[in-house]
Design a protein around this ligand. Structure first.
Ligand code: SAH
Ligand code: SF4
Ligand code: F3S
Length: 504
């Protein structure tokens, strides 16, 4: 397949301009829905494949909901589908490459079915490449950006009726899909993502997200709480509040401004049996108020994903992360002080523009200081139109990037293993998510600190909280023995009794 050229993407100014006037109003969209697109759906089956981050998983739920409302059926089996939608990611070159390969496979499938199959590209890659996708992937029927999902029924109708591709990649400052109750398309029925904001205003110099998702916009507190309540009613036991930079969440409800810390507190009060997590928090505005909520609310998990990206202040400055190494380290110290036993994870980029060997060593030494329980580690990948692509030189040779990445991964594996080994003998409250991948006889769940645990099934079930004693581990998983079923309230009580003598 021909590679798609990296051209025709938006500049920072263009993103802002387009958002100012872009997007359809909800009324217009409702109107469109009533225009007979439902009939065009005619019970067609849609298969949605999701790539990229948790935000895309949440968005696929919105897409599923919009399409279901318009008369489409949803299928988990691609062979049954009349419409295949890829919800795509553009974060690194290899993420896009994966999707191009997939599009190639689907093109063959479409030819085999003599055009009966419709294909759509949604999400961040759709936003980035827009019409380019149509020119170069000539079998794509719809191209829909992350803020235009309400328009999908019309676009599918139009593509079907005209035989021409239909595109909507408008970004909207208003669109938060807040009134849409997402369909939990691919869910385990235990944990769910709840989107609390969209877009990102940070403009880190390496990152394409502000271009693919536009400006930051927070969703109303009321609609978030009602979605969470609904999930509790349906039996969900865990929610992860999602945004690119959740700490900058703010919403004014009834004249009162609600911060992210306040929102987490309110969500945690929806049910004492609901675990609350969130992702991703930017270190620049992770407040004491938020750390206090972790400490005070037993069902707010003792785990924070706090991406550092790099361990050297000069590189952090080039990345426009707006904090220094020292400030980041002080924050992790503060988190450990206010939330004893807190588990920290991170994202790290190896081989960013101009990175010297000493600067790379600073990343390793920062990892030694923080001792993350888990990390997502990447080689820097230049993304068109970002500040780094325009102004900085991607000058670290590929083999050096690779070697530095491997050193980072090796160190992290060692830390993860040591952290897991220190769990042996401890008892954790595990929320059972489902059957272990390796054996039907075993269950898989997570600790409050987000560590994966596998143990014998016995009579325990998905959605149970189970006290599990940790007996063994690998660098990625804890292996344990179930003691008894519990509740979060009960677990919080016994944990504080166990802690009491140490405090006294
Ligand atoms: N909003 C989140 C990150 C979202 S993207 C935050 O600021 O923490 C997820 C991760 O992808 C980033 O944390 C970063 O580590 C990585 N990433 C983003 N752009 C990248 C690029 N151009 N090359 C390599 N990794 C990148
Ligand atoms: Fe990208 Fe930075 Fe925004 Fe995260 S905070 S999405 S890395 S621009
Ligand atoms: Fe990828 Fe878009 Fe998420 S670029 S990481 S799917 S916000």
């Amino acid at each position: 397949m021909e590679p798609i050229e990296d051209i025709d993407v938006l500049s920072e100014d263009e993103v802002r301009q387009r958002e100012a006037g872009a997007g359809s109003t909800e009324d217009e969209n409702l109107d469109r829905m009533k225009h007979g697109y439902d009939e065009a759906a005619g019970g067609k089956q849609v298969y949605i494949e999701t790539y990229g981050c948790q935000m895309n998983v949440a968005d696929s739920g919105v897409v599923a909901s919009v399409l279901q409302e318009s008369g489409y059926g949803l299928t988990q089996d691609q062979d049954e589908a009349d419409v295949v939608l890829l919800n795509t990611c553009a974060i690194r070159e290899n993420a896009e490459q994966k999707i191009r390969t997939r599009l190639g496979m689907l093109r063959a499938e479409k030819e085999k079915r003599e055009g009966e199959l419709m294909m759509g590209v949604l999400g961040c890659m759709a936003e980035r490449l827009r019409e380019k996708l149509l020119e170069q992937e000539d079998l794509v029927d719809v191209v829909v950006g992350p803020d235009a999902y309400r328009d999908l029924p019309r676009l599918l109708y139009e593509a079907d009726a005209t035989g021409q591709a239909a595109v909507n990649v408008e970004l909207s400052k208003q669109e938060t899909y807040q009134d849409i109750q997402p369909v939990r398309y691919d869910s385990n029925g235990v944990s769910a993502y709840v989107s609390i904001m969209r877009g990102c205003d940070n403009m880190c110099t390496f990152c394409v997200v502000p271009f693919t998702r536009g400006r930051e916009e927070s969703r109303s507190v009321t609609t978030i709480l009602s979605e969470v309540s609904q999930l509790v009613e349906e039996g969900y036991k865990e929610v992860t509040l999602l945004g690119q930079n959740v700490n900058s969440y703010h919403y004014t409800d009834d004249g009162t401004s609600v911060s992210f810390a306040e929102l987490v507190d309110r969500v945690s009060r929806v049910s004492p049996e609901l675990r609350v997590r969130y992702s991703t928090s930017h270190p620049k505005d992770c407040t004491d108020e938020l750390l206090q909520v972790h400490h005070e609310r037993p069902n707010v998990c003792n785990y924070i994903h706090l991406p550092v990206q790099h361990g050297n202040t000069e590189v952090l400055d080039r990345m426009r992360r707006t904090y220094t190494r020292e400030e980041y380290l002080a924050l992790t110290e503060r988190a450990k002080e206010l939330c004893p036993g807190v588990s920290l994870s991170t994202d790290i980029i190896a081989g960013f523009c101009g990175e010297t060997e000493e600067q790379h060593q600073d990343t390793l030494s920062l990892m030694e200081e923080v001792r993350y329980d888990h990390a997502y580690m990447f080689k820097y990948s230049e993304r068109p139109q970002t500040y780094a692509a325009r102004k900085l030189e991607d000058d670290v040779p590929e083999d050096v990037k690779q070697r530095r990445l491997e050193e980072i991964i090796e160190l992290q594996n060692q830390h993860s293993k040591e952290s897991n080994e220190s769990e042996i003998g401890r008892v954790h409250t595990v929320l059972v998510e489902g059957t272990s991948k390796k054996s039907d006889e075993q269950l898989f769940g997570r600790t409050d600190t987000n560590k994966g645990v596998v143990f014998d099934r016995e009579d325990y079930e998905q959605g149970d909280y189970v006290k599990v004693r940790i007996d063994d581990c690998t660098s990625s998983t804890l292996l344990g023995t179930a003691i008894e079923k519990t509740t979060l309230e009960e677990a919080a009580r016994t944990d504080s009794i166990t802690m009491a003598p140490a405090v006294a």
